[in-house]
Write a protein that binds this ligand. Structure first.
Ligand code: NAD
Length: 378
C-alpha cells in the first residue's frame, strides 16, 4: 500500500511543466517534492513559478532522495529506458512520457525490471482521458456500439525548422522515430483503445516537410483482430492543424472534434444506425457518469464504484491520467495505461516501420525471433 499523498519528482522541464501544473491541480493526491533538469535556467524558473525548493541537475542524486515516491520522466526519448530502469532499481515508482523505448525487447526489459522491483511503471497516453473518447469507450464496453467495421484517423500537424533546432529531435538515435513515434502515437493509442488490437499492418513513410532523418509523413492501413479495417494519414506539414477520428460500428458512427491537440475531448458526434438504438444510446450518454469510472473525488475521499454523487467532473489529459494513477496505486489496481499498452504501441510501431522498409504486410504479434524485435532502427 502506498501513502495517500505521493511525493513526485519531475525530471525534464519542457513538457514536464505541464505535468507539474496537473499535479498542482491534485493537491490531495500529489506533492511535487523535487524537480530535475540539466538546464539551470529552467530549473530556476520552474522552481520560482511553482514554489518548489528541491532542485537538482543530477538524475542519480535525485534517485537518492528518500522522500520521493514517484519519478516522472519527461526527458528526451533516448533517456527514457535507462532512466526507468535506474529509478526502479532505486525503489521508485515511475511515470514516463512517450515513447518508452524503440524496441519490443526494450519494453520487455522494462516489464521484467518492474516485476523484480516491487515498484510500478505507468506510461503516458493522456489523450485517452478526453470526455468524447471516454463516452465512446463506454458505449463500446456496454455493447451499444455493436461491431467495429471501419475507421479513419488523421493527424495533420505542422512542425517547422525551429522545432528541430532542439538537438535531440529529428534523429533516430535520440528522438527514436519521427511523426509515427513522436506525434501519431497518441492517435494510434486512441484507435486501438476503442477499436481493438491490430493483427496486421501495411505502412508507407516519407520525409517531405523538413530536412530531418526521421519520417514526417505516413499512410497506414490496419487490419484489426475483429476483422475491422482502418486507415491513418499523418503529416507534420499541414498548414491547417487538425486531428480527426471517425469510427464506424455496426450500430453507430462516432466522430471526434478536430482540434489538433484535444481531439479526444468534447464535443464528439454519435450517430445511431436506427431509431431503436438511438434511444438506448441517448439514455446511456445521459446517464454517463464519470464518477463510476473514476473513483476519485475532489475531496480526496475515495468513492465506491457506481457512486452517484453529483457535481463531479473527472479531469482529462494529464490531470485525468494522474488522478487515476493515484487511485490505482493506492488500491493496487491496474493503471489507466499499462506497460502492456505501451508494449502494444511499440510492437505496432515496429511493424509499421518494418512494413515501410520492406513493402510487406506485417502480421502481429511479432515473434521474438523477428529481425526487428531489437529495434526499428539498428
Ligand atoms: N504526451 C505528450 O503530449 C507530449 C508532448 C510533448 C512532449 N512529449 C514527450 O516528452 C519528452 C520531452 O519532450 P520536450 O518537448 O519536453 O523536450 P525538451 O527538450 O523541451 O525538454 C527536455 C528536458 O529534459 C531535460 N534533460 C535532458 N537530459 C537530462 C538528464 N540527463 N537528466 C535530467 N534532465 C535532463 C532538459 O534539461 C529539458 O528540461 C519527449 O519524450 C516527448 O516525446 C510528450
Amino acid at each position: 500500500m502506498s501513502p495517500a499523498k505521493l511525493n513526485v519528482a519531475v525530471v525534464g522541464l519542457g513538457i514536464g511543466r505541464q505535468h507539474i501544473t496537473a499535479y498542482k491541480a491534485l493537491p490531495e493526491q500529489f506533492n511535487v517534492a523535487a524537480i530535475c533538469s540539466v538546464d539551470d535556467r529552467a530549473n530556476r524558473e520552474v522552481s520560482t513559478e511553482f514554489s518548489i525548493s528541491t532542485v537538482l541537475n543530477d538524475f542519480d542524486a535525485l534517485l537518492r532522495l528518500p522522500e520521493v515516491d514517484v519519478i516522472d520522466i519527461c526527458t528526451p526519448p533516448m533517456l527514457h529506458r535507462p532512466q526507468i530502469l535506474a529509478a526502479l532499481l532505486a525503489g521508485k515508482h515511475v511515470i514516463c512520457e512517450k515513447p518508452l523505448t524503440n524496441s519490443v525487447n526494450g519494453v520487455d526489459e522494462i516489464i521484467a525490471a518492474e516485476r523484480q522491483s516491487g515498484c510500478r511503471v505507468m506510461p503516458i497516453f493522456q489523450y485517452r482521458f478526453g470526455e468524447g473518447l471516454q463516452k465512446l469507450k463506454y458505449l463500446v464496453n456496454t455493447g451499444l456500439a455493436g461491431q467495429p467495421t471501419a475507421a479513419s484517423v488523421e493527424v495533420h500537424w505542422r512542425r517547422r525548422a525551429d522545432y528541430y533546432a532542439v538537438p535531440w529531435r529529428g534523429k533516430f538515435a535520440t528522438e527514436l522515430g519521427g511523426a509515427l513515434t513522436g506525434h501519431a502515437i497518441h492517435a494510434l493509442d486512441m484507435l486501438t483503445y476503442v477499436f481493438g488490437p491490430v493483427r496486421g499492418v501495411f505502412a508507407r513513410t516519407a520525409t517531405r516537410t523538413n530536412p530531418i532523418e526521421v519520417e514526417d509523413t505516413a499512410a497506414v492501413t490496419f487490419e484489426h483482430e475483429s476483422g475491422a479495417l482502418s486507415t491513418m494519414s499523418v503529416t507534420l506539414g499541414s498548414s491547417i492543424e487538425s486531428t480527426r477520428h471517425r469510427f464506424v460500428y455496426s450500430d453507430l458512427v462516432a466522430e471526434s472534434n478536430t482540434r489538433a491537440y484535444s481531439s479526444s475531448g468534447d464535443p464528439w458526434i454519435f450517430t445511431p444506425d436506427r431509431n431503436d438504438i438511438a434511444k438506448s444510446i441517448e439514455t446511456a450518454l445521459a446517464s454517463f457518469d464519470w464518477k463510476s469510472r473514476n473513483h476519485v473525488l475532489t475531496s480526496g475521499k475515495t468513492s465506491s464504484a457506481g457512486s452517484t454523487l453529483q457535481g463531479y467532473t473527472a479531469p482529462a489529459g494529464y490531470e485525468g491520467q494522474f488522478t487515476r494513477f493515484h487511485t490505482s496505486l493506492v488500491r493496487g489496481d491496474a493503471f489507466p495505461v499499462t506497460l502492456d499498452d505501451a508494449r502494444n504501441a511499440i510492437q505496432l510501431l515496429t511493424a509499421m516501420y518494418y512494413s515501410a522498409a520492406t513493402g510487406q504486410f506485417v502480421v502481429l504479434p511479432l515473434p521474438k525471433t523477428h529481425e526487428a524485435i531489437a529495434g526499428w532502427h539498428q
